[in-house]
Design a protein around this ligand. Structure first.
Ligand SMILES: Nc1ncnc2c1ncn2[C@@H]1O[C@H](COP(=O)(O)OP(=O)(O)O)[C@@H](O)[C@H]1O
Ligand SMILES: [Mg+2]
Length: 311
């Protein structure tokens, strides 16, 4: 549906986006993740037709639209990472203003605006001044505005940033609802765990390059080659440790008082072989499980954990 190939953007001598490739399938929620300064906003602005690239192409349904900003603006709804300044308007006037910029006929506007305000849960604020809204409400209004021309693709630049936990949850609810409206959504964040649960695909950007992409599970499997397993025996802990020491591909055996942990390199059948052995040696096992990989650790591992801003 949306594809980017070899995208390059320079600010003077500095290369902010450096040959970036990205592919988003129809109907997916694509998480675009990377540290501050990685090039997310720059890439998203180019996708939305607001910034000109120095190289590379943007394709929508196989058609190169890089040079066709009108086409991009029509197909794409873009929510910037900061809120605009038309704050002396009421909520419905604000929406009407944007409807006008897309030449939506007067007679259609009211229904469209009412529907969108409903979706972002702002119907009750229709006659309030934009200025009087909370930060979370402003973000949701901004989201409604980006939907005004019924775009196929929605590009949301850090929609949850600067929101308190409750406002984040409300924003997430709205995003979930949007995915049921048959939209393809690209959403950026500098925090991977924040996006992981709602995204079907993830791309990780660092220093203007895509460094990994795929489903959350795929990304985890690319890096966590070493699995960590925890066994809790009823007793016979010393025997358990001796036995583990003889098992293939096992390392880092650690006595954690109530359980024993070890690292393991191998597949599921090898892991189940270890459990079978432990049990058949007469060591009573209370639990045997693999420790979940920590997304934040993985993100840090991939990106080096540093902001790109001062690079
Ligand atoms: N208008 C600009 N002029 C010069 N440098 C810029 C400009 N916009 C962004 N940059 C630089 O380009 C890099 C990528 O920025 P940006 O796309 O905003 O990253 P992100 O959204 O991932 O934080 C950063 O190092 C930033 O300082
Ligand atoms: Mg940004």
């Amino acid at each position: 549906m949306l594809k980017i190939e070899g995208l390059v953007k320079r600010y003077g001598k500095f290369t902010a986006v450096d040959g970036l490739d990205l592919e988003v399938s129809r109907g997916s929620i694509y998480g675009f993740v990377g540290p501050n300064g990685a090039g997310k906003t720059t890439t998203m602005k180019i996708m939305a037709g607001l910034l000109r690239a120095d190289g590379g192409s943007v394709y929508i349904d196989g058609i190169d639209v890089s040079a066709d900003t009108d086409m991009l603006k029509q197909k794409i709804g873009y929510m910037p990472d900061f809120f605009g300044v038309y704050t002396d308007l009421r909520v419905d006037e604000y929406m009407d203003f944007y409807a006008g910029t897309y030449y939506i006929p007067y007679e259609e506007r009211r229904e469209i605006i009412d529907n969108l305000l409903e979706i972002v849960d702002l119907s009750h604020k229709k006659k309030d001044y934009v200025d009087s809204l909370s930060r979370g409400m402003k973000q949701r209004l901004c989201l409604a505005r980006s939907l005004i021309h019924d775009p196929e693709i929605l590009i949301l630049d850090e929609p949850a940033s600067g929101l308190d936990p409750r406002a984040r949850i409300e924003m997430k609810e709205v995003l979930k609802q949007l995915s049921t409206l048959d939209k393809t959504i690209v959403i950026s964040s500098h925090i991977l765990p924040e996006l992981a649960e709602m995204c079907t695909e993830i791309g990780i950007i660092n220093h203007g390059k895509m460094i990994d992409s795929g489903s959350v599970t795929e990304i985890m499997s690319h890096i966590s080659k070493e699995r960590v397993v925890e066994i809790k025996p009823v007793d016979k802990k010393a025997e358990l440790i001796t036995l583990l020491e003889q098992m293939p591909n096992v390392g880092n055996i650690t006595d954690n008082t109530f359980y024993v942990s070890f690292s393991y390199r191998g597949d599921d059948s090898g892991l189940s072989y270890i459990l079978t052995n432990v049990v058949s040696e007469g060591i009573p096992v209370l639990s045997f499980h693999e420790k979940e990989g920590n997304l934040e650790d993985i993100f840090m591992q991939l990106t080096g954990g540093e902001d790109n801003e001062n690079a």
